[in-house]
Ligand binder design. Structure first.
Ligand SMILES: [Zn+2]
Length: 154
C-alpha cells in the first residue's frame, strides 16, 4: 500500500460534483492522512473529497439491494401457497386409477376431470369457461387452458 504524502495546498485528483468529472483539485483541509476538503481547480467549488464517482455509489447500492431484492422474491411464494392448499383439497379426491389424462389443446375435457399438464403438472377441471376454454386448478393456481381446438390440416 502506497501512502500518499500530501498536505493542504497540494494538488490531487478528485471527483468534482459540479463539473461531473475527475479533475485536479487543491487540498483545503485534511484529517490525519485523509483528505477531507478540496477546491476544484476548474470551477473553484469547495467540496468534500471524493476520489472517484464509483466510490460512494458502490457502497450505497450493495447495502440497499441485498435487503430489497430478497423481499420481492419472498412475497410471491406465500401467495402461491394459498393456491397450493386449495389444489391439495381437489387432489385429495383424485383417483390413483385411472391416471390423469394428458393435456392437449385438441382434446375435450369435462368438469371434475383430472388432467396432466406438461408445465403445471396434475390439475382438476373446475369449470368450462367457453367453447374452447377450461378452468383448471393446478398446484400454482387456477389456469385457463385451451381445449377442443380443431386440428388444422395446414
Ligand atoms: Zn469543478
Amino acid at each position: 500500500m502506497a501512502s500518499m504524502s500530501v498536505g493542504p495546498g497540494d494538488d490531487i485528483d478528485a471527483w468534482c460534483g459540479k463539473c461531473l468529472m475527475v479533475l485536479s483539485h487543491r487540498i483545503i483541509a485534511m484529517v490525519g492522512s485523509q483528505v477531507k476538503k478540496v477546491e476544484c481547480l476548474t470551477c473553484h467549488a469547495v467540496h468534500a473529497y471524493k476520489r472517484g464517482v464509483g466510490e460512494k455509489r458502490s457502497e450505497g447500492t450493495s447495502r440497499t439491494s441485498t435487503s430489497g431484492a430478497v423481499r420481492v422474491s419472498k412475497s410471491s411464494p406465500s401467495k402461491s401457497g394459498k393456491a397450493e392448499n386449495e389444489w391439495k383439497v381437489f387432489m385429495a379426491e383424485a383417483p390413483d386409477d385411472p391416471a390423469p389424462r394428458r393435456y392437449n389443446v385438441f382434446e375435450s375435457f369435462s368438469v371434475s376431470e383430472f388432467i396432466d399438464h406438461p408445465t403445471f403438472g396434475v390439475g382438476k377441471v373446475i369449470e368450462i369457461t367457453g367453447a374452447e376454454k377450461i378452468l383448471v386448478i393446478f398446484k400454482e393456481g387456477r389456469k385457463t387452458l385451451v381445449c377442443n381446438r380443431a386440428r388444422s390440416s395446414g
